[in-house]
Design a protein around this ligand. Structure first.
Ligand SMILES: [Mg+2]
Length: 422
């Protein structure tokens, strides 16, 4: 492995590998005991992934799910779960609920009604098998499963008086450094850099992500010359202290990805996301091997076995399950455990305006998360749902403290919401 890449991975996530191998590196520190990816056997990865995830001590009686409902209020969708004895939990979904509600209501909810919420980990396999749901798998199945999982985790947290992070392990951080992501490709390089400057000024971020290439474009740029110009200009205008991330959204074949990756190396960017078509694991691995800059990927992945392959074969340097597309926090934690064994950070991808809240809970208990986590703005939309209200510090977001997801009053948030039937 290249020296620069090894150094990055030590900083970004090597502490987890050190801990897993019995080392003593501090979180975010630079010590590791040299667990190399090629030495992590598939068996070890599988064992790490299959260990129980949730800590539900104190829940001695069954918590039987009585209802799971999809609700809508203006542009926001919610999943609300209630137990037979009146406990409740809530999830806020990404916008795909507008298309996926029939799968949620007809294929996922019926499985969960009548089940014991304490057995949530096992239910993730149960719902996958239920009525051959596995034939639908991809984000169309796993987003609805994630929403029900989030709502059940919220309910479990409320019953136990614990935050979601505390259900998974000790909370090891409350401050989460973030990068602010631009979602644009319709801008010229000059316009985009000005836009990034505005995002930094607005949020206080120490890191940004911009888009390169044309999105699934077979090497075509969004507009001629935009990518080269944007990469050079971003460093010049944003200065040396901003950590730069770039995402091609599956734009390139390996030669083109390597060329763009070299430009990113030249400006000291810290990662290159999804350089090749997302399901082209071999091409992505070729790029990972060729470049010094860490390659990140996995936001479209929905298979634990393919994540395992990617981790065992160092197909990327940083894994990025999307907490909703991939089916929730439990499944993503299993990926993070495998990645940690191989000395790789898990920097989750987020979807939905509220998605950064689930990212914050994931970051609160996951040892090796990488340097910066994704944030797409919107904190003001949700700030007062929480008690204390959501906060940002100097380049960091603060993990909510209340039980469950941290929403203070479910009835207030759902006031005026209407049932979505399918
Ligand atoms: Mg991406």
């Amino acid at each position: 492995m290249d020296v620069n890449r090894r150094r990055f991975l030590e900083i970004a996530g090597g502490a987890g590998a050190a801990a897993a191998a019995g080392g003593c590196g501090a979180i975010g520190g630079t010590e590791r005991s040299g667990a190399k990816p090629s030495t992590v056997a598939v068996k070890q990865l599988e064992a790490a992934a299959s260990r129980p995830v949730l800590r539900l001590e104190g829940l001695d009686a069954p918590l039987v799910i009585d209802s799971v409902r999809l609700l809508r209020k203006e542009r926001e969708y919610f999943v609300h779960v209630r137990s037979r004895d009146g406990a409740e939990g809530i999830a806020v979904t990404n916008s795909r609920a507008g298309n996926l509600h029939p799968i949620l209501n007809r294929r996922v909810v019926p499985y969960f009604v009548g089940k014991d919420a304490r057995e949530l980990e096992g239910h993730l396999f149960g719902v996958y098998r239920h009525q051959s749901n596995y034939k639908l798998q991809g984000l169309a199945l796993w987003c609805p499963v994630a929403w029900v999982e989030f709502a059940i985790l919220d309910m479990l947290g409320r019953v136990l008086g614990k935050s979601i992070g505390e259900l998974f392990g000790p909370v090891i951080r409350r401050d989460v450094p973030f990068y602010v992501a631009s979602g644009r490709r319709d801008s010229t390089a000059e316009e985009e850099v000005e836009y990034l400057r505005g995002l930094i000024a607005e949020t206080g971020a120490k890191a940004v992500k911009f888009r390169v290439g044309g999105r699934m474009s077979r090497n075509a740029d969004a507009m001629p010359g935009r990518t080269e110009k944007l990469i050079a200009l971003s460093r010049k205008v944003l200065g040396d202290d901003i950590a730069i991330h770039a995402d091609s959204n599956s734009s390139y074949d390996p030669p083109q990805a390597i060329e763009v990756g070299r430009m990113l190396e030249d400006i000291g960017a810290i990662y290159f996301e999804e350089p090749c078509p997302f399901d082209h694991l071999e091409d992505t691995k070729r790029v990972t091997e060729a470049l010094t800059i860490p390659v990140a990927g996995g936001e479209q992945e929905f298979s634990q076995r393919r994540f395992r392959w990617t981790i065992a074969n160092r197909g990327v340097d940083i894994v990025q399950p999307d907490l909703q597309y991939y089916g929730g926090l439990i499944r993503s934690t299993r990926v993070a455990r495998m990645a940690e064994l191989a000395g790789m950070p898990t920097t989750v991808h987020i979807s939905g305006g509220f998605g950064f809240i689930y990212m914050l809970h994931f970051a609160s208990y996951t040892p090796a998360i990488g340097l910066y986590q994704e944030y797409k703005r919107n904190i003001e939309r949700y700030r007062d749902w929480f008690d204390p209200p959501l906060e940002m510090g100097d380049g960091v977001l603060i993990v909510p403290r209340g039980p469950g997801v941290g929403i203070a009053n479910v009835s207030d948030v759902l006031k005026g919401a209407e049932l979505v039937e399918s």
